[in-house]
Design a binder for this molecule. Sequence first.
Ligand code: UDP
Length: 462
Amino acid sequence: MAAPLAPRPHVMVLPFPAQGHVMPLMELSHRLVHHGLQVVFVNTDFNHGRVLQALAAETGGGGGDAVLPDGIHMVSFPDGMGPDGDRTDIAMLADGLPAAMLGPLQEMIRSRKTRWVIADVSMSWALDLADPAAGVRVALFSTFSAAAFALRLHVPTLIEQGILDECGNVTRNETIRLSPKMPPIEAAEIPWASLSSSPERRKVIIQNLLKTNPAIQQADTVICNTFEAIESEALAMVPHALPVGPLEAAAASRSAGQFWPEDPACLPWLDAQARGSVVYVAFGSFTVFDAARFQELAGGLELTGRPFLWVVRPNFTAGVGEDWFEAFRRRVEGKGLVVGWAPQQRVLSHPAVACFLTHCGWNSTMEGVRHGVPLLCWPYFADQFCNQSYVCNVWRNGVKLCADERGVMTKEEIRSKVARLMGDEETRVRAAVWKDAACASIAEGGSSRLNLLKLVDLLTEQ
Ligand code: UDP
C-alpha cells in the first residue's frame, strides 16, 4: 500500500492593511501555493470586504467566496477601529492592530496547525506569534526597498549623530548616503520621519520603530521584494535578507488583492495607440491631491499633446468639481483616457506605454523597472523620496519633477519633463538594461528565483 502523502505545510500570510502591502504579499502567496504550500491570507475585515467587492464587480460573482481559484484561503479579523475610523491615518491604524489581532491569530494558528507565519515588517509585533515549543516560526516580509529598510535600522545612529531627535524631528539637515550605490536623501525625507506631518503622530511612529528595530534585526529571514543586482549594497545591510523580487503579477491574470475593480477599458484603448507613445499616470493607493495640484496635473497632461492613461481613484482628490472634471474629459477625449483603477502591471508591459508618471511607491517603482519603462517621479511621502533618489541618482532610469519657487509642480514643468523623458535615448537604454537584470533575476536559475526556492525549502522542512 502506498504511504499516505504528507500534509501540505500551512503558512499564514499577514500583510499590513494597505494596498501596497496586500498586493506583493498576495503575489508571494500565489507562488507558495504553486510550490505546494497551503496559504491562509489574513486581511482586516475592512480590506477583506473591499477585495471581495472588487473581485465581484469584475466577475459578476456574489462576493462571498473567500477561497481563490488556486486554493489561497482568505480570512479576516477586525482591525480595532470603529466602522467610521480613519484608516488613512497609518499611525493610528498600526497602533490598534496588535491588541485587536494577536489573540485571534494565535487561536487560528493553533486550530489550523500553522507552522509558519510570514508577517509584513510593518506588522513586526507578529514576531510574538513565534512559539518554538509548538513549532511555529515567523519570517518577515519587507514591502520597501532594502535601502529604506537599511535606513530604518540606521535611525538610532541618526539620533546619536544629532540628525534626528527621538520624536522624529530633523535637528540637523544633512544628506544621508549609507554607501555609494545607495540613494542619497535629505534628513527631512527619511521615510519614517516624513510619514506624517503631525508631530504627535511622527513621535508615535519613531518610538514604535525604535522599539521594534531590535526584534526585526533578530528575525531569521527577511523576504524582500527587490533583487540582488539592483540593491546589492543595501541588501548587505539587512540581516538575513532574502530578495525574491520583483514579484510581478502572472501575465494574463488579475491579482486577487486589489481594493478597487480594474477598469477593463484600458487594455483595448492601449492596443489602439502607437508604440511608445503613451504617458501612464498613477499615484498608487494612498496619495491624495488637493484641487490645485489636481488641476495643474490635468493641465500638464493636456499640454503634453500626447496620449495619456490617467488613474484617478475614487478617493484621489477632493474639491474638484464634477463639472470641471467633465469639461476636462471632454476636451481630451480621443487623446487621454481616465480610469478609476488600472491593471497596472499589464499596462506597464504594454508596448504603447512610453513613460510612467509615478509617486514612486516601491511596488510601482519595481514594476516600472521590471518592464523597462522610464519613470517621471513625483513623490508624496514615506519611502517615496528614497525611491525617487534611486531612480534619479543611482539607476538613472528616470527624472524628477521640480516644484517652482512657490512649491508648485506646474503644468509647464510636467509638459517639459514629459517631452524631455520621451526624447531621452540614454535613459531609455538604462531602463532597458535594468529590465533585463530584473528579468534575469526571476528567470530559471536567477538569484530571486533561487531565493524563492530556498524560501519554499525553509517553509517545508520538517
Ligand atoms: N495599482 C494598480 N492599479 C492602479 C494603481 C496602482 O494595480 O491603477 C497597484 C500597483 O501596481 C502597485 C500598487 O497598486 O502594485 C501600489 O503600490 P505602491 O507601493 O506603488 O504604492 P502605494 O499604494 O503603497 O502608495
